[in-house]
Design a protein around this ligand. Sequence first.
Ligand SMILES: [Cu+2]
Length: 115
Amino acid sequence: MKRAFKFIAAILLIVTATFTHALAQAKTDTIKVWGNCDMCKNHIEKAAKKAGAEKASWNKKTKILVVTYDPAATTNDDIQKKIASVGYDTEKFTADEKAYKNLDECCQYDRKKSQ
Ligand SMILES: [Cu+2]
């Protein structure tokens, strides 16, 4: 009986620890990303996920990308760099010129003003 109780207590401890660990891991950031249309949305979200984001949702009206990621697996900068590499300016990085020119005409958004 005592052993069974210890066993249950141990299981409970493991479950709680795993759960809090998972909660502590996920980080959600909002990043401004320049773009135009639904196709851009697709490209941007795909790039973010390729960079390791678990969730990525870009709003074409507000140009805001909401990403959820594990900080142990990727960083905000890595995600932004990946998006810039496929042709989209982000608040921190400027898109690759060649990638931008390769975008479909409808996707050639007005570039971020360089400072
Ligand atoms: Cu587009």
